[in-house]
Design a protein around this ligand. Structure first.
Ligand code: PMT
Length: 403
């Protein structure tokens, strides 16, 4: 059986250059079993023809709110009711603004208003338009109301700019549709995840930190939410958007992260420590900016150990969550990971070799080996998003087996 068998998807196309990718998107969706009905805005027809979309979807394209034939049967209400998913791709800044404002001034916006199906928005626009506070606030409003925001991706744009604003590729959108309709094995589970680096202040302007981007932890949070979990993400300072449906708590230092994590651990079923927590912090934070001295070429900063978050969680005697750690190693990966698994009393540890370029810290991909008391499993080079899903599936199996 195809993964989208029997799923009814309304593809809403608005007027952006990425509209040309909609023929490919529709083909890939229908190949996987979905039935696709296309609704186009007036501007969308400047970028791709209704005839093309009719040919690839196998359904007539709905274009006008004031089409007497379609509206004889209240077309916009019918299409909205028919949908299992309304996918807006590409969603221009204008379409996003109109939906956010609850407007119904063309067929597509009325379909959105009239549908109870999930709404997925794939933004596509110039990077400056995407960054604009109005667009950001409109997306935040829609996300708060439950809309799924898929993308955008970063890269070179049709206008020559480089930045965030490219529509996700058709296959990435197809994968999100498949995930959306998959069974939700983590439904009813609460998961706390730490992510990103910590910053340990030296004085008001300097700190000690590391190269963690947060991508691995955020991928886990996004995938866990998609699998139905209630997710709390305790995040160090990173430059990433909060995944849909995830509660995010921002912290700076290891001690802040310790407080937020340990106070929540017992109300969660699963705890994942993916953050690169600084092992040491300066003994004291200088109250004023430290000045360069003329009489010495050296400076000594005394460091003291930070509390170990994951070991504290794993040592809980009551309401202990299933506890998963990471091991970032540059040598003897298996030996050090096994040592951490036992020493910190973890249920599972995900080991990565952070000495290799293109994986580990600040990369989109990773290579992982998972170790638990009775076994291990290697996951070769893949995107952090795919690996996050594999980790969560393993956690689901091991934690169900344990309880
Ligand atoms: O953020 P990215 O750029 O995507 O990179 C991902 C990653 C490399 C940061 C991630 O995959 C990873 O390996 N995270 C753990 C990094 C780390 O601190 O590893 P560690 O081997 O030093 O620590 C072992 C475990 O103890 C980790 O689960 C860590 O969160 C935890 N720890 C460490 C120190 C401390 N004081 N408290 C902790 O809870």
């Amino acid at each position: 059986m195809q993964p989208l068998e029997g799923k009814k998807i309304v593809l809403g196309i608005s007027g952006g250059i990425a509209a040309y990718k909609c023929a490919e998107l529709t083909r890939r969706l229908t190949e996987r079993g979905a039935e696709v009905k296309v609704v186009m805005t007036k501007a969308a027809k400047e970028f791709i023809t209704p005839l093309t979309m009719q040919a690839v979807s196998g359904n007539p394209v709905a274009e006008s709110l004031l089409d007497p034939a379609a509206e004889a049967s209240m077309g916009h209400i019918e299409i909205g009711k028919w949908a299992d998913l309304v996918l807006l791709a590409p969603a221009t800044a204008d379409l996003i603004a109109r939906i956010s404002a609850g407007m119904g001034n063309d067929l597509l916006t009325t379909v959105v208003l009239a549908s109870e199906a999930p709404i997925a928005i794939a933004p596509a626009m110039n990077q400056q338009m995407y960054k604009n506070i109005a667009t950001q606030e409109n997306l935040a409003t829609l996300s708060r109301r439950g809309a799924l925001i898929w993308g955008p991706a970063a890269g070179e744009q049709a206008c020559g700019d480089v930045g965030l604003g490219r529509m996700l590729e058709p296959m990435q959108l197809v994968e999100r549709c498949i995930t959306l309709f998959q069974p939700k094995p983590l439904q009813g589970k609460k998961i706390a995840i730490t992510a990103g680096p910590t910053q340990e202040a030296i004085d008001p302007v300097r700190f000690i930190s590391n190269h963690s981007s947060g991508k691995m932890g955020y991928a886990l949070a996004e995938q866990a939410a998609q699998l139905g979990a209630e997710v709390t993400l305790i995040s160090g300072p990173v430059d990433l958007a909060t995944p849909n449906g995830v509660q995010r708590i921002d912290v700076l230092s290891a001690e802040d992260m310790f407080d937020e994590a340990t106070s929540r651990a017992q109300s969660n079923d699963i705890f994942i420590g993916c953050a690169a927590v600084a092992d040491y912090r300066p003994h004291a934070i200088a109250p004023q900016k430290m000045k360069k001295t003329v009489d010495s070429d050296e400076i000594t900063i005394r460091l003291v150990k930070n509390p170990d978050i994951i070991a504290t969680v794993a040592a809980l005697s009551e309401n202990r969550p299933f506890t998963v750690g990471f091991a970032a190693e540059t040598q003897n990966v298996e030996q050090y990971a096994m040592d951490k698994l036992h020493r910190k009393n973890l249920d599972l540890i995900c080991a990565n070799d952070v000495s290799q370029a293109g994986i580990g810290f600040n990369a989109n991909d990773n290579v992982l080996t998972l170790f638990w008391k009775e076994g291990n499993q290697h996951y070769p080079h893949a995107s952090k998003m795919l690996l996050a899903r594999a980790i969560l599936e393993k956690i689901e199996t091991l934690s169900t087996h344990k309880s």
